[in-house]
Design a binder for this molecule. Structure first.
Ligand SMILES: [Zn+2]
Length: 440
């Protein structure tokens, strides 16, 4: 967690090292290397202006402290506007080269590309046909316009009985959906779902919890919601590019990784409160659900989760509601509950927070709504959609801390197995085992 005490000690370390700061081994050159900056004394309206102007704002705290990612030129621009950015940490961590990983086609020490993720799903289904089935649920933007791109695919895992793993909301077993890398650069999240798929496929019959889960529940995973964006990230190799949004550049000519629509602001439930500036990192798109990736993932959710909540903002989902959705993001060490678009609490608030706390017993994350965790409102998010449209228990995880080898958007690959995967595996398992009755 990001307590003030930790921040003070971070800054003390920073002061000692800043003058001797050189590019990390992963960085190509110092001037353009992305760095993490803390900016004190920023008002809410200033934070919105900076976001609209294209600054990569990733956290905002009650005391007016903003976290921004950008190179030294970005820091200078902030200074030119009268702010005082303070260096926190590098974004690039030490990359441990691995000949085996390189031969496999990975980047930045072992991270997998969309091609590898899609092949992985098919490999698991081929090896475990009694446990796994893969569906093509739609296309990325580049694929829709004939510029390459990818299918978006989902895998269903369960001890398959007749009628299981069908694209129909009337399933016998309750369901959990887990998605990752809707924000492309949050690269630890796709590694977590990769491992989660293997953990279930390989653990059935030997691991008691996995066996219990797959006998009782359908587990659906969409590991790469934004494959075009992940291709852009991976194109940087050992200096991954910080593409957050999709690759759609038709709404404005933006430089570098600023192109695209923020898919986690483009969902259709209560869309419209995020940035309308095409080059902003939180650009919501020209209309609700404008992007093919969102059409794919929302269509998928509608096919597998029954609608159990009334249409009104204050209609609660009933106590016997089934199904859970978890969208993996990074970073901040949070488990975020709806609503993102408002500070008003949703009708199932206490039950949502209760399951959030049970999951947080494994990963130690702080549970709250968007305003109470990352510090800003976020409309058009996945969890607002799946809770708002269907009433299912919906969560956003913000995986990892704000600095250090295992923090930020691009943690060192070894951090997956040393920390990020095991704690989140157990948190997700808690949510999955609750899919039959998450609110009771
Ligand atoms: Zn994210």
């Amino acid at each position: 967690m990001r307590s003030k005490k930790i921040k003070v000690s971070l800054l003390a370390v920073t002061a000692l090292t800043l003058s001797g700061l050189t590019a990390s081994p992963a960085a190509a050159d110092g001037a353009s290397e992305p760095l993490i900056w803390e900016v004190p004394d920023v008002s809410v309206s200033q934070a919105i202006k900076l976001t609209d102007a294209g600054f990569d704002v990733i956290d905002y705290e009650d005391d007016g402290e903003l976290t921004v990612v950008g190179d030294r030129r970005v820091a200078k621009k902030l200074r030119d506007r009268g702010f005082e950015p303070r260096y926190v940490d590098t974004v690039y961590k030490d990359v441990e080269p691995s000949a085996k990983a390189d031969a496999f086609g990975t980047y930045y020490g072992g991270y997998k590309t969309p091609d590898l993720h899609l092949k992985h799903l098919d490999d698991v289904a081929a090896a475990k046909p009694n446990l796994a089935q893969v569906y093509d649920i739609g296309n990325s933007w580049r694929k829709t316009v004939g510029q390459g791109g990818h299918d978006i695919k989902a895998i269903c895992l369960t001890n398959r009985q007749p009628g299981d793993c069908q694209l129909s909301p009337n399933s016998t077993k309750p369901r959990i959906s887990i998605i990752s890398q809707i924000h492309a650069r949050e690269i630890a999240t796709g590694e977590i779902t990769w491992r989660w798929i293997d953990y279930l496929a390989n653990g059935y019959g030997s691991n008691a919890k996995v066996t219990q889960l797959l006998n009782s529940t359908e587990v659906w995973v969409v590991p790469i919601v934004n494959p075009d964006g992940v291709d852009i990230v991976a194109s940087g190799g050992n200096s991954p590019r910080l593409q957050r949004k999709n690759a759609n550049n038709t709404y404005g000519s933006c430089s570098g990784t600023q192109r695209g629509v923020d898919l986690n602001r483009n969902h259709t439930h209560k869309w419209g409160g995020a940035s309308s500036q095409p080059c902003a990192e939180t650009y919501q798109g020209p209309r609700r659900g404008s992007e093919p990736e969102i059409a794919a993932i929302e269509g998928f959710f509608a096919k597998i989760h029954p609608d159990q909540r009334g249409p009104g903002d204050t209609d609660p989902a009933p106590a016997n509601t089934r199904d859970v959705m978890i969208s993996l993001h990074s970073y901040g060490n949070y488990i975020i509950v709806p609503w993102g678009y408002t500070t008003t609490r949703p009708p199932n608030d206490s039950a949502l927070r209760s399951l959030g706390q049970r999951m947080a017993a494994s990963n130690g994350y702080r549970v709250g709504n968007a305003a109470g965790t990352v510090g800003y409102l976020a409309s058009g998010t996945t969890d607002d959609f799946t809770y708002g449209a269907f009433g299912i228990a919906s969560f956003t995880y913000e995986v990892g801390g704000g600095s250090g080898q295992c923090g930020g958007f691009l943690p060192a690959y070894s951090c997956l197995d040393s920390s990020l995967w095991p704690i989140n595996r157990d948190a997700i398992m808690t949510g999955a085992l609750d899919a039959a009755s998450p609110y009771s």
